[in-house]
Structures are given as C-alpha cells and as structure tokens.
Design a protein around this ligand. Structure first.
Ligand code: SAH
Length: 209
C-alpha cells in the first residue's frame, strides 16, 4: 500500500489508467480546495459542498474528465465552472496553460486564493459566463465542463480544436458525463457515464437570470 491508496481504490480500480492523471491526482492537495470544516473529508469518495450551493466534484469524476481529455502536457485548456479550483489545479498538472471561468465572483476569488496556496498561481481564473466559453484564448486543446447543460453549448464546441476533446455533463435530471471529440462536422461521442452535476446557468451572477 502506498500513501495514496485512495488513488487505487477510487481511481485505478475503477478504470482510470492514464498514469499522468493518477500522478496528478496524487499531487494536488485536495484539502486546500474544500471548505475548512470539511478538510477531514477531502479524500473521501464524494463530492463536497461549497458556498453558494455549489460542489467540489468527486475525485473520480475529475479524473474521468482529465483522462477523457487525453492531455500530454503541452496543451492550452479551458475549465468551465471553476468552483473551488480543484479541477483547474489537476488540469494544471496535465497541461501547459489553463484558463478557468466561473460565473460567481466570490467563488472565483476564493479559488484564486486556494490555487495560489497550492502552488498553481499560473491558472488564469476569469469571471464570466462559461456557456459562451472564453473566446479570447480559443481554440483550446481540451475543455472540461463542471456544470450540466441540457444540450451542448454551441460556443463551447466551436472553441475546441478539431480532433481534440470536450468533457461535459449533458442532461437535466438524468445526466451523462460525455467525452466528445470535435470533428469537422460536429462532435463524436467517445465515452459517457451517469453523473449528477449542478446546472450550467447562463449569465454571470450580476446579470438577470
Ligand atoms: N470544477 C469545480 C466544480 C464546481 S461546481 C471544482 O472542482 O470545484 C460547478 C461550478 O460551475 C459552480 O461553481 C458554478 O457556479 C459554475 N457555473 C455554473 N454555470 C456557469 C456558467 N454559465 N459559467 C461559469 N461557471 C458556471
């Protein structure tokens, strides 16, 4: 048994086989991204509550998304729904340039503090509506979305480089986390699993919803 037996139990035995992803999951200090009073639960096999009714994604789900994006280290990626910043930190272990966008300014600010504390100040946190993606830095070699849309947001798909991938939960009550490859014609589904994410809400917090 290693120090990171949770990595085996929660990830490897469930089909996460990309060694770079497993190493990244072992390196990122998840306790720095969960609320102080829940630190003791940081490595549990669960999503954890954040402020504003949002959640820090379950480790397995973060690893599944990262494995789905098939990153090799030199990519520019977009993370939609910064939340705690945890997913963005794992992406920072796997890719060269990480942009993360969050609609709730207080969460974005808190995530910046956590990312800096964990040594990931090079993650660029933006406040804005991730439904629209982040066209300034497009195209991306991968997009990870942490909030569920009923359909693929067209702007997001348009910001993935052809031949690269987007991982996003689709659906309302019954959601599937889908990994899709952008093709010239549209997108091709590679793999999906059932999940439960908070909804992708259009607009930033200040704008009328
Ligand atoms: N990746 C996060 C998960 C956060 S939960 C983590 O690892 O902690 C999903 C986040 O998506 C929430 O913080 C929510 O505010 C945000 N969100 C929802 N709709 C959004 C939108 N349209 N644009 C940007 N962020 C959005």
């Amino acid at each position: 048994m290693t120090n990171h037996s949770w990595i085996d139990d929660q990830l490897r035995y469930r089909g996460i086989s990309d060694e770079r992803v497993l190493a990244a999951m072992a390196r990122v200090p998840r306790e720095l991204f969960v609320p102080d009073d829940l630190r003791g639960l940081a490595y549990e096999d669960a999503a954890l509550p954040l402020a504003h009714g949002q959640t820090v994604s379950q480790p397995f789900v973060v690893a599944f998304i990262c494995q789905g994006l098939a990153l090799e280290g030199d990519e520019r990626v977009l993370d939609v729904g910064t939340g705690s910043g945890y997913q963005a930190a794992v992406l920072a272990e796997l890719a060269r340039e990480v942009h993360s966008i969050e609609r709730i300014p207080e969460l974005a600010d808190r995530a910046k503090v956590s990312l800096a504390a964990a040594g990931y100040e090079r993650v660029n946190v933006h406040i804005g509506d991730g439904w629209l993606g982040l066209p300034e830095y497009a195209p991306y070699d991968g997009i990870a979305v942490a909030a569920a849309a009923e359909q693929m947001p067209p702007a997001l798909l348009g910001q993935v480089r052809v031949g690269r991938r987007i991982a996003l939960p689709l659906g309302r009550r019954h959601q599937q986390l889908c990994v899709l490859e952008r093709t010239v014609e549209g997108a091709r589904l590679l793999v999906s699993i059932p999940v439960r994410f908070v909804p992708l809400v259009a607009g930033t917090k200040e704008s009328p919803e």
